[in-house]
Design a binder for this molecule. Structure first.
Ligand code: F6R
Length: 242
């Protein structure tokens, strides 16, 4: 693992965008795995800015998102389809048909999971997967206790995840309770992984990842076994100053 320490969220986001940019330049037909959530928003903003200034092309890039809520239409501002359009896809020149996000509205979710896996395989696997870190160690929506062997699947979100997501919704009832997510095995097969961690609220989770045991009760711990993992984290996520 390579750990890059940054001063604050702005620096982490600059560093992350530079990192992704380099990979896109090195391989203009890169298959990129994407995360949503609060952490990568400014990274995506920086990629969009770079696109405007330097015309880095995404014409041949393919993307696969980690996850999507079940039951939210793509037009719902809280869906990850909406998020990706808003924060990245509408701002760069990636063809829409090269952007894949699990379909949480499918009539046959089990089939959707298999089809998503097949699609990733058909594209030769993910070259670079971006991840955020859940407070409870989840990656994608693989909650504590998920088998490391798991592939794309349907999950019941943990109480703590539902509570963390509640900030984006008006009422608790609206917060989705289920999602479709790439599995841990799918994520681990990515050729390279970039994990972004920001803020002192993530200190406990990052400490567990860096110094804890590899155990399904803390899903992100498996990342220690990946042979090409970079973590870009803010100082306050690495060092406690309680
Ligand atoms: C998002 C995802 C989640 C988040 C994690 C951290 O696609 O898969 O695992 O990366 O919940 O979320 P934030 O960045 O909001 O702290």
């Amino acid at each position: 693992m390579k750990l890059i320490r940054t001063k604050n969220y702005q620096e982490m986001s600059k560093e992350a965008a530079r990192f992704i940019n380099k990979r896109v330049h090195a391989n203009p037909a890169l298959t990129l795995g994407l995360a949503t959530g609060g952490t990568p928003i400014q990274t995506y903003e920086n990629l969009a800015k770079d696109y405007q200034q330097n015309e880095t092309s995404y014409q041949q890039i393919t993307t696969f998102n980690l996850d999507e809520y079940i039951g939210l239409p793509e037009t719902d501002p809280n869906s990850y389809h909406f998020y990706m359009q808003k924060h990245l896809f509408s701002k760069i020149n990636i063809p829409n048909e090269q952007t894949f996000i699990p379909n949480g509205q499918s009539d046959n979710l089990a089939e959707e999971c298999i089809a998503y896996e097949d699609l990733i395989k058909k594209h030769g696997g993910i070259d670079l997967q971006i991840l955020g870190l859940g407070h409870n160690g989840h990656i994608g929506f693989n909650e504590p206790g998920t088998s490391f062997e798991q592939r794309t699947h349907i999950v019941k979100l943990a109480e703590s995840t539902i509570n963390a997501n509640a900030r984006f919704f008006d009422t608790m009832q609206e917060v989705p309770k289920k999602a479709i997510t790439m599995g841990i095995s799918t994520i681990m097969e990515s050729k390279e992984i970039l994990l972004l961690v920001t803020g002192k609220e993530k200190y406990n989770a990052l400490t567990k990842l860096l110094h804890g045991e590899i155990d399904p009760s803390f899903p992100a711990s498996i990342l220690n076994e990946h042979n090409n993992l970079t973590v870009i984290a803010t100082e306050d996520a690495i060092i406690s100053n309680k």
